[in-house]
Design a protein around this ligand. Structure first.
Ligand code: MLC
Ligand code: AMP
Length: 513
């Protein structure tokens, strides 16, 4: 029987010449395919030497580096479950994830080792290692003594490969359980759908703790045996310079708008490029248009989620297998990907005809099995016939293109990161002198959307916006901090007493644009 382990399948596509370059890192180091194979083998052997059972969680909060990618591959090879954590998360957030996922192994930066290891050991972790972006830390010190030969774990499609938490803290955050089969089916299909070919080179400039940078980008390059030009941090000038020797780029819309501000972005700079892909947040039509004018390329927009990996995509090129799918249309997220079944449902759950707006529901080999240890939440999010309710609101037009027009979930997407208002409101509401609060998303030229907190004081209390912001900064990841706090006398409510966030969004919509 074939092995569904993702690493085993990616490894099969490595080029025959293992000494050719797999990753060109921005610190000047070049890693061969053999380095990736050997480095991840040593780390996998280290993980297995800990005598923890298959399926153990390995929680990782480290700065981006090629070694961090190897740790991801090592976890897969060892048959364990990877749990990536945003580097911006602070102690209360990390404590929630570790308590909930109960990892056997935690890996963090040396600078955070003190507080992270305390949380980890309190929650029953067996080992805590450090790993830094300059190739230092106890993980590598230990792994270097392990064999560089490793026999990959054998897995079935349904075996758990990763858990991705989809929001903040305070008990509401849910761990989406993705299997080897979910991710492998998606990677193999995208290789074909996006026309990956020999000689393609990917510019990797995204963080590697979310679906976009970790799965879509890394899997795409590895399953095509393609070299990556690796930037630990996004820098618009460096990406534009790298286009000379690359062919594919993936980014959230903010990365595109930041590059558009650079005078070095010209058709000449982008002439070697084959494909620009955007997703994770809505790409404005203006950005699409401006990019076309400045580079001659039409950005290909696609849509996905932590729970489903990729769901829809604009077409790469005309293909007789997908008739009618040839044009990349700005303002749409394209067609349901091959194998993905997508429908639009009304509030009553009935499937709606084309052009009608409703909730987007999906089914397919890429759709996750459920939320970690939350069977009730999982049951709520699936229909009785097995469709996952995405929480996104949209329509499918007569030509089959999917349009996302809003969200039924109260969510702000800022620079490609998700911010759940309920979490931030919870923190604000606990502050002395606060009666209540509402966090709303408003348009922003750089991040697409940012949060504004509207706060009501208790009678007699004198609240200061700066104090509220400072208190939030001490507790929450920086991207979740509202860009402004407004103290007001009252919040607009409907007859049921519910805060009308749509009115607030309308009132504050020109705050930053
Ligand atoms: C940084 N800041 C943000 C922010 N990122 N504020 C709001 N939203 C964000 N996304 C703030 C910090 O709080 C800080 O504020 C200041 O900006 C500088 O921080 P920084 O870390 O130096 O920022 P920078 O490096 O410029 O980061 C911006 C960015 C980054 C756009 C490069 O946010 C990013 O890499 N975004 C990509 C997210 C991503 O990969 N999403 C994929 C999700 S997967 P202060 O006040 O402290 O100075 C998914 C599924 C799918 O959604 O379909 O793909
Ligand atoms: P996450 O939970 O971080 O994986 O974020 C997933 C959410 O990002 C989706 O449910 C959408 O709301 C949003 N998203 C992803 N891609 C797009 C896109 N191309 N356009 C609009 N929203 C998107």
């Amino acid at each position: 029987m074939s092995n569904a382990n993702i690493y085993a399948n990616l490894r099969e596509q490595f080029p025959a010449d293992l000494d050719s370059i797999a990753v060109e890192a921005d610190n000047g180091l070049h890693y061969s395919w053999r380095d990736i194979e050997r480095g991840s083998a040593m780390m996998a052997n280290l993980l297995q030497s800990l005598k923890i059972p298959a399926g153990s969680r390995v929680a990782v909060q480290v700065e981006k580096s090629v070694e961090a990618m190897m740790l991801y591959l090592a976890t897969l090879r060892a048959g364990m479950v990877f749990l990536p954590l945003n580097t911006a998360y602070q102690s209360a957030e990390i404590e929630y994830f570790i308590t909930n996922a109960e990892p056997a192994v935690v890996v963090c930066s040396s600078k955070n080792f003190g507080w992270v290891s305390k949380i980890a050991f309190t929650c029953g972790a067996q080992s805590v290692f450090s790993l830094n972006d300059d190739r230092t830390g106890s993980l590598l010190e230990r792994a270097v003594h392990c064999s560089d030969i490793h026999s990959c774990s054998r897995n079935k499609d349904a075996d758990l490969a990763a858990i991705l938490y989809t929001s903040g803290t305070t008990g509401r955050s849910k761990g989406a359980m993705l299997s080897h089969g979910n991710m492998l089916s998606n990677a193999a299909m995208l290789k074909d759908y996006w026309g990956w070919k020999q000689g393609d080179v990917l510019i990797h400039a995204l963080p590697i703790f979310h679906v976009h940078g970790l799965f879509v980008a890394i899997h795409a390059a590895l399953i095509n045996g393609s070299k990556m030009i690796w930037l630990n941090k996004f820098d618009p000038k460096a990406v534009i310079a790298a286009m000379q020797k690359a062919t594919v780029f993936m980014g959230v819309p903010t990365l595109y708008t930041r590059m558009l501000s650079e005078s070095s972005l010209t058709p000449e700079a982008a002439k070697n490029m084959r494909l620009f892909i955007a997703g994770s947040a809505p790409l404005l039509k203006e950005t699409h248009e401006e990019w076309k004018q400045r580079t001659g390329h039409k950005i290909l927009e696609r849509y996905g989620m932590s729970e489903t990996v990729m769901l829809t995509s604009n077409p790469y090129a005309a293909d007789s297998r997908y008739q009618g799918q040839s044009e990349r249309r700005a303002g749409t997220v394209g067609f349901p990907l091959p194998g993905v079944s997508l429908r639009i449902a009304g509030d009553d759950g009935k499937v709606l005809p084309v052009e009608e707006i409703g909730g987007i529901q999906v089914k397919g080999p890429n759709v996750f099995a459920g939320y970690w240890r939350m069977p009730e939440k999982t049951a709520e999010e699936f229909t009785s016939d097995g469709y996952f309710k995405t929480g996104d609101v949209g329509k499918q037009d007569a030509r089959g293109y999917v349009h996302i027009v809003g969200r039924s979930k109260d969510l702000i997407i800022s620079g490609g990161y998700n911010v759940y208002p309920a979490e931030i409101e919870g923190y604000i509401n606990e502050m002395t002198g606060v009666a209540e609060s509402a966090l709303i998303g408003v348009p922003h030229p750089d991040f697409g959307e940012v949060g504004i907190a509207i706060v009501i004081a208790k009678p007699g209390a004198a609240l200061k916006p700066e104090a509220i912001l400072a208190a939030l900064k001490s507790k929450l990841a920086n991207f979740k901090i509202p860009k402004r706090v407004e103290i007001v006398a009252e919040l607009p409510r409907n007859t049921m007493g519910k805060v009308q966030k749509n009115l607030l969004r309308e009132q504050y919509k020109v705050s930053f644009v």
